[in-house]
Design a protein around this ligand. Structure first.
Ligand SMILES: N[C@@H](CCC(=O)N[C@@H](CS)C(=O)NCC(=O)O)C(=O)O
Length: 203
Protein backbone atom coordinates (compact mmCIF):
# COMPACT_ATOMS: atom_id res chain seq x y z
CA UNK A 1 0.00 0.00 0.00
CA UNK A 2 1.19 3.50 -0.87
CA UNK A 3 0.36 6.51 1.28
CA UNK A 4 1.49 10.00 0.34
CA UNK A 5 1.57 12.69 3.04
CA UNK A 6 0.89 16.06 1.51
CA UNK A 7 0.30 19.67 2.50
CA UNK A 8 -1.07 22.08 -0.13
CA UNK A 9 1.26 24.50 -1.90
CA UNK A 10 4.48 23.18 -0.45
CA UNK A 11 7.37 21.11 -1.71
CA UNK A 12 4.99 18.14 -1.72
CA UNK A 13 2.88 19.71 -4.50
CA UNK A 14 5.57 18.50 -6.89
CA UNK A 15 5.02 14.91 -5.79
CA UNK A 16 1.26 15.32 -6.19
CA UNK A 17 1.89 16.50 -9.77
CA UNK A 18 4.25 13.59 -10.34
CA UNK A 19 1.70 11.05 -9.08
CA UNK A 20 -0.83 12.51 -11.49
CA UNK A 21 1.63 12.46 -14.39
CA UNK A 22 2.55 8.86 -13.57
CA UNK A 23 -1.13 7.89 -13.63
CA UNK A 24 -0.48 6.51 -10.14
CA UNK A 25 -3.06 8.37 -8.05
CA UNK A 26 -5.47 5.43 -8.09
CA UNK A 27 -2.80 3.33 -6.35
CA UNK A 28 -2.03 5.91 -3.67
CA UNK A 29 -3.87 7.22 -0.62
CA UNK A 30 -3.22 10.95 -0.36
CA UNK A 31 -3.31 12.14 3.27
CA UNK A 32 -3.37 15.88 3.81
CA UNK A 33 -1.49 16.93 6.93
CA UNK A 34 -0.68 20.24 8.54
CA UNK A 35 2.83 21.67 8.91
CA UNK A 36 4.16 24.79 10.64
CA UNK A 37 4.29 27.43 7.90
CA UNK A 38 6.48 30.49 7.63
CA UNK A 39 3.53 32.84 8.15
CA UNK A 40 3.03 31.32 11.61
CA UNK A 41 -0.01 29.25 10.66
CA UNK A 42 -0.27 25.48 11.00
CA UNK A 43 1.52 23.06 13.26
CA UNK A 44 3.25 19.70 13.18
CA UNK A 45 0.67 17.03 12.53
CA UNK A 46 0.79 13.98 14.81
CA UNK A 47 -0.75 12.01 11.93
CA UNK A 48 2.36 12.62 9.81
CA UNK A 49 5.00 9.91 10.39
CA UNK A 50 7.81 11.96 8.76
CA UNK A 51 10.65 11.89 11.34
CA UNK A 52 10.86 15.72 11.18
CA UNK A 53 7.13 16.33 10.68
CA UNK A 54 7.74 17.53 7.11
CA UNK A 55 6.19 16.92 3.71
CA UNK A 56 6.50 15.24 1.31
CA UNK A 57 6.60 11.74 2.72
CA UNK A 58 5.79 8.42 1.06
CA UNK A 59 4.91 5.27 2.97
CA UNK A 60 5.20 2.10 0.90
CA UNK A 61 3.99 -0.91 2.87
CA UNK A 62 5.47 0.55 6.05
CA UNK A 63 8.76 1.72 4.52
CA UNK A 64 9.13 5.49 4.76
CA UNK A 65 10.73 7.44 1.92
CA UNK A 66 11.46 11.08 2.64
CA UNK A 67 13.19 13.91 0.71
CA UNK A 68 11.57 15.08 -2.51
CA UNK A 69 14.27 13.78 -4.83
CA UNK A 70 14.33 10.33 -3.22
CA UNK A 71 10.55 10.11 -3.48
CA UNK A 72 10.61 11.24 -7.12
CA UNK A 73 13.20 8.60 -8.01
CA UNK A 74 11.35 5.92 -6.03
CA UNK A 75 8.08 6.67 -7.80
CA UNK A 76 9.48 6.86 -11.32
CA UNK A 77 11.18 3.50 -10.68
CA UNK A 78 7.95 2.06 -9.26
CA UNK A 79 5.89 3.19 -12.26
CA UNK A 80 8.43 2.91 -15.09
CA UNK A 81 5.85 2.47 -17.84
CA UNK A 82 4.98 6.20 -17.54
CA UNK A 83 8.46 7.02 -18.89
CA UNK A 84 9.13 9.85 -16.45
CA UNK A 85 12.52 8.54 -15.36
CA UNK A 86 15.05 6.50 -17.33
CA UNK A 87 15.46 2.91 -16.14
CA UNK A 88 18.76 1.39 -15.03
CA UNK A 89 20.74 0.64 -18.19
CA UNK A 90 19.23 3.45 -20.24
CA UNK A 91 21.80 6.06 -21.30
CA UNK A 92 20.03 9.00 -19.61
CA UNK A 93 19.87 7.24 -16.22
CA UNK A 94 23.15 8.75 -15.04
CA UNK A 95 22.15 12.30 -15.91
CA UNK A 96 18.75 11.72 -14.33
CA UNK A 97 20.25 10.65 -10.98
CA UNK A 98 22.82 13.44 -11.15
CA UNK A 99 20.28 16.22 -11.73
CA UNK A 100 18.07 14.94 -8.91
CA UNK A 101 21.03 14.79 -6.52
CA UNK A 102 22.28 18.20 -7.70
CA UNK A 103 18.89 19.70 -6.89
CA UNK A 104 19.02 18.63 -3.24
CA UNK A 105 22.73 19.13 -2.68
CA UNK A 106 23.31 22.33 -4.64
CA UNK A 107 20.41 24.14 -6.31
CA UNK A 108 18.01 24.43 -3.40
CA UNK A 109 20.64 25.23 -0.72
CA UNK A 110 22.32 27.80 -2.97
CA UNK A 111 19.11 29.74 -3.51
CA UNK A 112 18.02 29.46 0.15
CA UNK A 113 21.38 30.82 1.34
CA UNK A 114 21.30 33.57 -1.27
CA UNK A 115 17.77 34.66 -0.39
CA UNK A 116 18.69 34.63 3.30
CA UNK A 117 21.62 36.93 2.54
CA UNK A 118 24.16 34.39 3.81
CA UNK A 119 27.57 33.64 2.39
CA UNK A 120 30.78 32.05 3.66
CA UNK A 121 33.95 30.89 1.88
CA UNK A 122 33.33 27.29 3.00
CA UNK A 123 29.87 27.37 1.48
CA UNK A 124 31.17 28.90 -1.74
CA UNK A 125 33.92 26.31 -1.92
CA UNK A 126 31.53 23.43 -1.36
CA UNK A 127 28.45 24.33 -3.37
CA UNK A 128 29.34 27.61 -5.18
CA UNK A 129 26.61 30.22 -5.54
CA UNK A 130 23.65 31.46 -7.56
CA UNK A 131 25.69 32.65 -10.60
CA UNK A 132 27.34 29.24 -10.93
CA UNK A 133 24.04 27.39 -10.50
CA UNK A 134 22.38 29.60 -13.12
CA UNK A 135 25.34 29.03 -15.44
CA UNK A 136 25.00 25.28 -14.98
CA UNK A 137 21.33 25.37 -16.00
CA UNK A 138 22.05 27.72 -18.87
CA UNK A 139 24.73 25.34 -20.17
CA UNK A 140 22.31 22.42 -19.90
CA UNK A 141 19.97 24.03 -22.45
CA UNK A 142 22.61 25.61 -24.69
CA UNK A 143 22.11 22.95 -27.36
CA UNK A 144 18.42 23.83 -27.66
CA UNK A 145 17.12 20.64 -26.00
CA UNK A 146 13.60 21.02 -24.59
CA UNK A 147 14.16 19.04 -21.40
CA UNK A 148 17.09 18.38 -19.07
CA UNK A 149 17.60 14.85 -20.39
CA UNK A 150 17.06 15.77 -24.04
CA UNK A 151 13.86 15.07 -25.93
CA UNK A 152 11.89 13.54 -23.03
CA UNK A 153 10.37 15.25 -20.02
CA UNK A 154 11.29 13.59 -16.72
CA UNK A 155 10.78 14.06 -13.00
CA UNK A 156 14.12 15.92 -13.02
CA UNK A 157 12.42 18.73 -14.98
CA UNK A 158 9.54 18.74 -12.53
CA UNK A 159 11.79 19.08 -9.49
CA UNK A 160 14.48 21.40 -10.84
CA UNK A 161 12.17 24.01 -12.35
CA UNK A 162 9.98 24.18 -9.25
CA UNK A 163 11.83 26.84 -7.21
CA UNK A 164 11.51 29.18 -10.19
CA UNK A 165 7.79 28.49 -10.44
CA UNK A 166 7.45 29.62 -6.82
CA UNK A 167 9.95 32.49 -7.17
CA UNK A 168 9.95 33.60 -10.84
CA UNK A 169 12.24 36.57 -10.10
CA UNK A 170 15.00 34.13 -9.14
CA UNK A 171 14.97 32.37 -12.52
CA UNK A 172 18.19 32.55 -14.54
CA UNK A 173 18.08 35.28 -17.20
CA UNK A 174 18.72 32.89 -20.08
CA UNK A 175 15.78 32.73 -22.53
CA UNK A 176 16.12 28.98 -23.08
CA UNK A 177 16.04 28.32 -19.33
CA UNK A 178 12.99 30.56 -18.96
CA UNK A 179 11.23 28.78 -21.84
CA UNK A 180 11.97 25.46 -20.12
CA UNK A 181 10.43 26.73 -16.87
CA UNK A 182 7.33 27.87 -18.77
CA UNK A 183 7.08 24.48 -20.49
CA UNK A 184 7.30 22.68 -17.15
CA UNK A 185 4.66 24.93 -15.59
CA UNK A 186 2.31 24.32 -18.52
CA UNK A 187 2.28 20.54 -18.01
CA UNK A 188 -1.35 19.50 -17.35
CA UNK A 189 -0.42 17.43 -14.28
CA UNK A 190 1.46 20.37 -12.77
CA UNK A 191 -1.44 22.76 -13.41
CA UNK A 192 -3.85 20.21 -11.94
CA UNK A 193 -1.81 19.91 -8.73
CA UNK A 194 -1.55 23.69 -8.31
CA UNK A 195 -5.29 24.12 -8.83
CA UNK A 196 -6.17 21.24 -6.50
CA UNK A 197 -3.95 22.76 -3.82
CA UNK A 198 -5.35 26.26 -4.31
CA UNK A 199 -8.89 24.92 -3.93
CA UNK A 200 -7.86 22.97 -0.80
CA UNK A 201 -6.35 26.07 0.80
CA UNK A 202 -9.37 28.22 -0.10
CA UNK A 203 -11.81 25.69 1.38
N1 LIG B 1 14.54 18.76 1.72
C1 LIG B 1 13.19 18.41 2.08
C2 LIG B 1 12.50 19.65 2.61
C3 LIG B 1 11.08 19.34 3.08
C4 LIG B 1 10.47 20.57 3.72
O1 LIG B 1 11.16 21.39 4.36
N2 LIG B 1 9.15 20.72 3.57
C5 LIG B 1 8.47 21.83 4.19
C6 LIG B 1 7.27 22.23 3.35
S1 LIG B 1 7.74 23.09 1.90
C7 LIG B 1 7.95 21.37 5.53
O2 LIG B 1 7.44 20.28 5.64
N3 LIG B 1 8.07 22.21 6.56
C8 LIG B 1 7.58 21.92 7.86
C9 LIG B 1 8.65 21.96 8.90
O3 LIG B 1 9.76 22.42 8.60
O4 LIG B 1 8.38 21.54 10.02
C10 LIG B 1 12.45 17.85 0.86
O5 LIG B 1 12.64 18.37 -0.24
O6 LIG B 1 11.69 16.90 0.99
Amino acid sequence: MLTFYHSPQTRSTRILALLRDLGALEHVTVKTVTIPRQDGSGQRDPANPHPEGKVPLLDHDGTLIWETTAIALYLTDLFPEAGLGPRIGEPERGAYLSWLAWYGAVLEPVYILHNAGLSHPWVTAAIRGVPEAAERLTAAFADGRPWLLGESYSAADLILHSPFAFFPDSAPEDARVRDWIARCMARPAYRWAWERDAAALAA
